[in-house]
Design a binder for this molecule. Structure first.
Ligand code: ZN
Ligand code: ZN
Length: 172
């Protein structure tokens, strides 16, 4: 989603943008966008700096790491970005582009894409191991039944499936 930087002035103004899941093209484990991402931003330019400040709202469809059920979770994340406009493109260095909250951008390009910032922000905020609920019982290691729905009748001699993830880690 692009912000037209040449329309931003010293007067604070509101900007609402929307990006579809296809546009953002997130590549995440156990998570897909369940809605558009709506950006509600206030914009302001002071000399050669553009300030974007606001929130992102969207829904993620997460896959439970224990029972593999999909569940939707609403998110509301703050987005804060300072874009320093430069005339000379050679001033744009790699390390500047890496910062989450500050970027250097050639003024002549005018349209600034927020997509990478938004992808990074979402990736950082997502849980490493999404759980449909904190006490999810997971799947029976023998018959694969979802133990949240009902006990399956297998002898529970096996190790607790809730520790599968940790066990995998320690086997590596
Ligand atoms: Zn679950
Ligand atoms: Zn079972």
């Amino acid at each position: 989603m692009e912000v037209q930087l040449d329309t931003i002035t010293a007067a604070t103004s509101e900007l609402t943008l929307k990006a579809t899941p296809e546009q953002l093209n997130l590549k995440l484990d156990l998570a897909t966008l369940g809605s558009d991402v709506v950006y509600n931003l206030t914009t302001r330019r002071i000399e050669d700096e553009v300030f974007l400040d606001g929130t992102l709202t969207f829904t993620m469809n997460l896959t439970c790491a224990r029972c593999v059920d999909e569940f939707a979770t609403p998110f509301r994340l703050p987005l804060r970005l300072v874009i320093q406009l430069v005339v000379d493109e050679s001033l744009v260095r790699e390390e500047d582009a890496d910062s989450e909250e500050f970027v250097v951008f050639p003024e002549a390009k005018k349209a600034f894409s927020l997509d990478q910032q938004v992808r990074d922000l979402i990736a950082v905020e997502l849980p490493m191991k999404p759980l449909c609920r904190i006490d999810c019982r997971g799947l029976c290691p023998q018959c694969g039944a979802n133990l949240n729905e009902s006990p399956c009748g297998c002898k529970s001699s096996g190790p607790d499936p809730r520790w599968d993830g940790l066990r995998k880690l320690s086997n590596n």
